[in-house]
Every structure is written in C-alpha cells, then in structure tokens.
Write a protein that binds this ligand. Structure first.
Ligand code: M6R
Length: 613
C-alpha cells in the first residue's frame, strides 16, 4: 500500500528519501515520486513502476548538486486508488502555485465537491487523484504559514489521511498529520525522518514518535512540535523501536518469504516464551488485561480479521469452542460494521492483524468499541493503530514480516490463539493436569515446525512437478479446514495459480465437476479425527482423475497409500497440527511460485498492508 517518507536534516535529502522508499517497497505499490526544496522552489520528479525507475530518472535529469545540497524533501510510493498508476497520478502533488508539495496515504472522500469548488476559483488539476485536490486546498488556504494552511485544509476534508507537506517559502520545516493512516516521526541527531512505517526510519534512529489521529506536527531538523487540528499543543511520548535494520534484510535467503518461513521456529519461540505456566497449567497473557473473574464472564468470543488473519481466526474459533467450551464466531472484518452485529458486554472481541493497520479490521474494532464489547488486539507490529486503539491485547513478537504473503504471522497468530483458548479453558473445563498437557503440546510447536522447514528441498522437488498446473484444490476438514483455505490463498497470491480451498466434504456438492485428469488436489489428511472421512473424499477425487498430494502424519502408511505424493508432518495434538501443516503448504506455495519464476515477495496487485476499505 502507499508509503510516505519525509526528511529534513544535514544529509542529502534525495538519497535518504530513495533509500527510505526502498525500505517501504514490501508494502506493494505501482509508482513513486519525490519532491525537494531547492533555491526557493519545489522540484518534483515522479515515475510509474519501481523506486529504481524514480532513482534513475532523478539521477539522469537532476543536476548532481541537487543530490548533494537538498536538505529537505518528501517522497511517496503510490498504490493506485483514484486513477491508474501513471506519472501524472503519482505523488507528490503540487498546489496551484507550484510552491507547495504534498504526499498522502488514505482517501479524501469529499474530494469531488472540493475539486469543483476549487475549479470554480480557477484551479487547474493535472491528475485524477483525491490527493491533488488536498494539495490545492492547502495552497488555497496558504497565507504565509504552512502549518495554519494545513490545519485549515484538513478541517474541510472527510476521509482518511497520513500526509507530509513542504513549501518553497518555508524550507526549514515539514508539516505532517494523520487521521486513520499511520505516521511515525524519527527523531535523530540534527535530522528528522517522517514515514508511514518505521522500517523506513530504523536505519537512522530508534527514537520515534507515533502520531495519533488528528495530530498535526511541525517537524524541523532539531525539533518536533505536535498540536491538534485546532492548534492546541499535545504531548506524545518518544518510543524506542524494538527491531533492528538487519532483521528487516533477507539474511542470505533468495526471498523474504523463504526467510520468514525459515524464521518460524524462532518466531514461534518468541511468541510462546514466558507465556506458559506449567505449574498452574495455563497461559500468562498479561496484555489481555483480564482477571480470571473477567474471563469467567466472557460468554462469546468474536474473532475479526481479513485474509490470512481471518484464517487464523477460523482456527481460533475451533480452539475456543473445543478447548474452552466457549461459543466463538469469526467475522470477515470488512463486513462487521455493515451488518449491525449483535455484540454485548459479555463478548470478548479479538481483532487479528499482522500489520495492525488493515483498514477493514480497524473499522470493525471501532464498531465493536461502539457496542461496548471488551476488545483486544492480536497484532505483530508494535505501536500499530489497532494495537493502540484496542489498548489491550497480545503481541505476536514474530519480528518484521516483509513479504506480502503472510507466513510467520499466521503460525504465531494460531499459537497465540491456542494460548488464549488454554487460558479461557483453564477457568472453565481443564483440570490443572489437562492444562499442563496442552501447555506442553504448545511448547513443542517450534520443534515440530523445525522438522517441516528441514524438508524444504524435498518439498521443492515435489513442487516442481506441480508448477505447470493452472488450477488446484485444497481440501481439509475440522481444524484443518481453515488451513486448506490458507494453503489455497498462499498458492494463488504468489504463483497466480487458480487455487480453491474447500471443506473436504464440499467438493462433491459442486466443485468436483472441475476435476479432470491430473487436476491437483492437495489433501490435508493428517492422522487426526476425521482422517478416514477425508481419505474417502480423496478416493472420490482420485476416481475423477485428480492427482493427489497428501499432507500426512509421519509414518502413516495407510494415508500414504491413498496419495500420489506426500509431505509428512510430525504427529501432535490435532489443533497444534494446524501449524506444521500450514508451514508445509507455505513451502509448497513458495517453491511452486519460484519454479514458475514469479515475483514472490511483491505479487502483482497486492499490498502488504491494506489501509483502504
Ligand atoms: O496485516 P493484516 O494481518 O491485517 O493483513 C490482512 C490481510 O491483508 C493479509 O493477511 C493478506 O491476506 C496476506 N497477503 C495473505 O498472505
């Protein structure tokens, strides 16, 4: 999704802007641009495509002195919403005078009437974007004070924004503001960096300030002053970033996705460490902010998420019902606020989001808050909007996930949900011994995952023989049904193979019509309750000529005999089995995509963090 970088300080602004944009590439985008202040003018360069194209254009077209001498600027990677990914639509956008430039994440919902009004005053627009309207509006409000002009303009807009604005006549400051779209300000030594994501800041400083909604900041090289839109000063803490730049690099792997798959044993250890209490047979999740008495009052768990996080929620639904005897339901977060959901004070609402910035999940959190539910976040990115707005919850501690395809976040989400279910279950049905046994199963997860990751080369060989297919089906039942959905999502998003996940029993209700000789069916047939029925469904597929790749429990000869190919995962508790099975499917998808020569970390049309509705 769109990315913002702004810089003001002692170094070359263009170089820092380009390297910052590169660090945001993982978010997905389709054009890029930057603006710097030089000799009392704002100079803007933009390019469709990658940041490398923008850099090349600036290096070719700009005098070398602009690179060495410019000390302030703003830059952007755009993921098209209003208008195609052309140079004209790329940010930054100038105002009518050309003296002000602005970059923007989010959507200005009332941009059409604003544009009509400005056109009536003689403004000429060069793009189809809502952002250009905002930049003209700032220019229209400008009377010699950029901060005041941005305040006045933002009072007139409806929608969401994270913005950074510069003016040729005020080269010593950048104005930045947010509503619904994150802005982080890095506080360095004689320099300040603004970004939509801390990844662009971490190589300069670990000291950051997160803006809250409706904050507006005047950022200079040495100072950050924050006010609200009515100019009333507000205080925001300086926080310390908890990961380092090296952790965000590929570490010798060909792709971030492969690195992140391999990181899972450690990520899971981090997610689990210190959170299991073997004496009491429960889990310790202090971020939930719940006493045993609070938990006793929970009558229903509502899980919210999108994409992979939604699939983790589906596993959680089984876990809360089976382990904690608590009614649980999963909602696709985008739908939640439009269906007037019945929510009450005895509901525990868990918003699941790796990034903590997904617009649909955030909106669902706000809806649940409105209805008085007890809401908590299950996020990976510390300090993200959902984490802050829920105010309580459990962090995954999975480390930065850069690849657009989510891997380690999913397995850590499931592990944390199992620990939440254990905590709730311990207060309801588990004896101390039963709780201890489940805690031991959860503790073993990283080791189980190590055994699957070690099979990467073998899975690559199997993947090669499936790489030329254009369709695939994933089937599973019980706890493995959500994992089948997740396996299909992983394959389709990075390999562009049309993949569908189904409950194993569902194929015969329609989709089986699509099976022809050689159609791949990936059957999750681990040795858990329901396996025999899944093997029956496998036979139905085989009878239609399908080629069956089974994910089976190590040493299960009966299941192996039913398959054309197998990937073995270690025996474990049926709910825990969702995690190593998902890892096997991640590796399968990764290797198929690699054999097909796909651009794995940044698949077409996708963004890492979807901050628009
Ligand atoms: O950051 P979130 O977990 O809220 O993101 C939700 C989805 O956009 C995300 O899981 C998406 O489906 C991934 N690309 C899947 O790999």
């Amino acid at each position: 999704m769109c990315g913002i970088v702004g810089y003001i300080g002692k170094a070359s602004a263009p170089s820092i802007l380009i390297s910052g944009l590169k660090r945001l590439e993982y978010r997905g985008y389709d054009s890029a641009g930057m603006a710097v202040i030089e000799d009392g003018k704002v100079v803007i360069t933009k390019a469709p495509g990658k940041v490398a194209a923008l850099n090349e254009r600036a290096r070719n077209e700009w005098p070398a002195s602009r690179f060495t001498d410019s000390r302030a600027g703003i830059a952007h990677t755009r993921w098209a919403t209003h208008g195609p990914p052309t140079e004209a639509n790329a940010h930054p956008h100038a105002d009518q005078s050309g003296g002000i430039a602005l970059v923007h994440n989010g959507i200005i919902e009332n941009y059409r009437p604003l544009r009509t009004r400005l056109e009536a005053k003689g403004h000429l627009f060069l793009s189809e974007t809502d952002t250009e309207v905002l930049s003209h509006l700032v220019g229209d409000c400008y009377q010699g004070d950029l901060f005041q002009a941005v305040c006045d303009a933002l009072h007139q807009v409806e929608g969401t924004f994270g913005i950074a604005v510069i003016s040729a006549t005020e080269p010593g400051r950048i104005i930045t503001a947010r509503r619904g779209s994150p802005i982080v300000i890095g506080v360095g030594d004689g320099e300040s960096i603004i970004a939509s994501d801390a990844s662009a800041i971490i190589s300069h400083t670990r000291q950051v300030i997160y803006l809250e909604d409706n904050d507006i900041a005047i950022v200079t090289a040495d100072h950050v002053e924050i006010r609200d839109l009515n100019r009333v000063p507000v205080t925001r803490e300086v926080a310390e970033l908890g990961f380092d730049a090296e952790a965000a690099e590929k570490g010798g792997f060909e792709h971030f996705m492969l690195k992140e798959i391999h990181e899972q044993p450690d990520a899971l250890r981090n997610a689990i460490r210190g959170r299991l209490d073997f004496n009491l047979g429960t889990s310790v999740l202090s971020g939930m902010g719940t006493s045993p008495r609070d938990l006793a009052e929970v009558q229903r768990v509502i899980l919210l998420g999108c994409g992979t996080s939604l699939h983790a929620g589906l596993v959680g639904e089984y876990a809360f019902e089976d382990l904690a005897d608590t009614h649980a339901e999963v909602h696709q977060a985008a739908e939640f606020r439009y269906r007037n959901p019945l929510v009450n004070r005895s509901d525990l609402v868990v918003a699941i989001s790796q990034s903590g910035e997904t617009a649909d999940t955030l909106a669902a959190v706000r809806e649940a808050n409105q209805k008085g539910a007890f809401v908590m976040g299950l996020c990976n990115v510390v300090g993200s909007t959902i984490a802050r707005e829920t105010g309580r919850g459990v962090y995954l501690h999975a480390g930065p996930e850069i690849s657009v395809a989510s891997t380690k976040a999913f397995t850590c989400q499931v592990a944390v949900l199992l620990m939440m279910a254990l905590k709730l279950g311990r207060g309801r049905r588990f004896s101390r011994d039963e709780g201890m046994r489940l805690a031991r199963e959860i503790e073993a997860i990283p080791t189980l995952v190590e055994q699957v990751v070690a099979q990467s080369d073998a899975i690559s060989r199997i993947a090669k023989s499936y790489a030329d297919n254009e369709h695939a089906f994933f089937i599973g039942r019980g706890y493995l049904y959500p994992v089948a959905l997740e396996g299909a999502l992983k394959l389709k998003e990075i390999s562009y193979i049309h993949a569908e996940g189904y409950h194993a029993a569902e194929l015969k209700h329609g989709p089986i019509a699509l099976l022809v000789d050689g159609t791949p069916v990936i059957a999750l047939a681990n040795d858990v309750p329901g396996k025999d029925k899944t093997l029956g469904n496998v036979e139905e597929c085989r009878a239609r000529g399908a080629r069956i790749l089974g994910i089976i429990t190590s040493g299960d000869h009966e299941a192996a005999a039913a398959m054309d190919d197998v990937i073995e995962v270690p025996a474990c508790h049926p709910l825990v089995a969702t995690i190593p099975t998902a890892v096997a499917l991640q590796l399968l998808a990764y290797h198929i995509a690699r054999h097909r020569g796909c651009e794995i970390d940044q698949p077409r049309n996708l963004a890492k963090s979807v901050t628009v509705e």
